[in-house]
Design a binder for this molecule. Structure first.
Ligand SMILES: NC(=O)c1ccc[n+]([C@@H]2O[C@H](COP(=O)([O-])OP(=O)(O)OC[C@H]3O[C@@H](n4cnc5c(N)ncnc54)[C@H](OP(=O)(O)O)[C@@H]3O)[C@@H](O)[C@H]2O)c1
Length: 318
């Protein structure tokens, strides 16, 4: 399995990870977690265990969660499943949209307790907010690195300008900003033109691509079959006219995949992996999906195929 370093950090990571946003069984109000409502109900311990095992068997050892996912239930489940396994854990601050900068050290300790670990491999700021001052937060992140609680520091949903502020604040403490986790797929390409991808390349920061399958739209199953259940059917990709626009993209993914015996999902993920700055983290609900996604690592696209996919999805770059 090819490994790379996460940005300029010392953390060796695979070229693909797994998103665990929908994992875990939330209780109380956390049942109303938007991800669960959007993606359908709990898949349960056994399915999620199979997803983790299938990923590890393929060398996909990086798992992404967040304090906010189902109010900690995702972290708890990942911690439970990963115990005793050689797993890299990425999680995120804050636990609530109302958390302030100063809440970080306590929130990190709470995440570590839910994960059952002494340290996390990657700790990310989930999204910019006017309650969190980026330079001050990065100082607290640096303190956590020095205390051995965090191995690498990342951000998420940051603009190019916000990345530069975080990068500079960490650099003052001699720590690299390892990653920016943002939405990126064939159906969401704005970061190619808004400066984020350029800033990642310039600063040596890995772009972690979330929703790399466009929430499942790029797998092709919703173009040919039923629309998804849950809130997802109201998300932009799944409106009827949007799915019509996605159909030619799925057809191209299928056509390209046929010569490699690969699925549309695998080709869509491979298109991202072909860019060495990018590390996709597809969500997987079960062992079958996890194994399928990991299959993106075992082939390559030609320059002509990459170009054909680029051209077919230009409308999603604007
Ligand atoms: N930082 C942020 O703000 C942020 C925001 C969103 C997500 N994320 C991260 O990104 C991760 C992935 O995003 P996502 O789960 O929203 O979107 P995604 O990876 O684009 O789509 C995942 C969904 O697609 C379907 N699927 C996955 N693999 C498949 C396969 N091989 N074949 C067929 N269907 C497959 C599954 O749903 P169905 O089977 O129900 O179709 C799965 O839940 C999350 O888990 C989370 O870690 C981060």
């Amino acid at each position: 399995m090819t490994k790379t370093r996460l940005g300029k950090s010392d953390l060796p990571v695979p070229r693909l990870g797994v998103g665990a946003m929908t994992w875990g069984d939330p209780t109380g109000l956390a049942r109303l977690n938007p991800a669960k409502l959007a993606y359908g109900g709990a898949h349960g311990f056994d399915e999620e265990k199979r997803a983790l095992e299938a990923s590890l068997a393929a060398g996909v050892t990086l798992f992404d969660t967040a304090a906010m996912y189902s109010n900690g239930a995702s972290e708890r489940r990942l911690g439970e499943l990963a115990r005793g396994q050689d797993v890299l854990v990425a999680t995120k601050f804050p636990p609530s949209p109302f958390s302030r900068t100063e809440a970080m050290p306590q929130a990190l300790d709470a995440s570590l307790a839910r994960l059952g670990r002494n340290s996390v491999d990657l700790y990310q700021h989930h999204f910019p907010s006017n309650r969190v001052a980026i330079p001050k937060l990065m100082d607290l992140m640096a303190d956590a690195v020095e205390a051995g609680k965090v191995k690498a520091v990342g951000v998420s949903n940051y603009s190019a300008e916000q990345m530069r502020i975080a990068h500079a604040a960490l650099a003052r403490r001699g720590i690299p900003l390892a990653s920016n986790q943002v939405e990126y797929s064939l159906l969401h390409r704005q970061l190619e033109v808004n400066g984020v991808l350029d800033a990642c390349r310039e600063l040596g920061i890995t772009l972690i691509a979330y929703q790399p399958l466009a929430s499942g739209a790029l797998t092709g199953k919703y173009v040919t079959g039923a629309r998804p259940t849950g809130f997802r059917r109201f998300m932009p990709y799944f409106r009827r006219n949007s799915l019509e626009a996605v159909r030619p993209v799925v057809n191209l993914l299928r056509e390209i995949g046929e010569s490699y015996d690969k699925t549309p999902a695998q080709v869509a993920l491979r298109w991202l992996i072909e860019n060495e700055s990018v590390l996709p983290i597809p969500g997987a609900k079960n062992g079958k999906q996890a194994a399928d996604n990991a299959g993106a690592l075992s082939f390559s696209l030609t320059a002509a195929e990459i170009e054909a996919l680029d051209q077919a999805t230009l409308a999603w770059r604007a």
